[in-house]
Design a protein around this ligand. Structure first.
Ligand SMILES: [Zn+2]
Length: 136
């Protein structure tokens, strides 16, 4: 069987199913971390938790109840809050952290992104228009 054939079959199988969403990917990654930790910690329960996480991820991926799964995924992303970019795309989040700084507007507390390493910058708040200086 050619690999293209396999791919086509996988795509066909995933049609109408949830597929690997953020929550499923997170569960699998967490399971991998737990398995690695367990190599050193040797806590029996960790292995079972990891197995349960993978089972839950599999359930999500093959689920055809798209409404419920999408709602769960949205709630999960909301619950992550500021950690969300680190879970969804750690490499992009790391690049972002090295390239930009987040400062708050002195007047309305709006978060403003400024490039790092540019010395003193004059920032205009996009929300209220206040101008203030930051050292980036
Ligand atoms: Zn402002």
């Amino acid at each position: 069987m050619a690999s293209g054939d396999w791919q086509r079959k996988a795509v066909e199988w995933l049609r109408g199913r949830q597929g690997p969403d953020d929550l499923a990917v997170f569960c699998v990654n967490l399971a991998i971390v737990l398995v690695v930790v367990n190599l050193f910690a040797r806590v029996g329960a960790l292995g079972w938790v990891a197995l349960a996480l993978v089972a839950y991820a599999m359930f999500r991926i093959q689920s055809k109840n798209l409404g419920s799964r999408s709602r769960e995924n949205a709630a999960f992303l909301k619950a992550l809050g500021p950690a969300r970019p680190w879970v969804q795309n750690p490499r992009a989040a790391w690049r972002e952290l090295r390239t930009y700084r987040h400062v708050r507007c002195t007047s309305c507390k709006q978060k403003v992104r400024v490039p790092r390493g540019k010395g003193k910058l004059r920032v205009t708040c996009p929300k209220c228009g206040t101008k203030f200086e930051v050292k980036a």
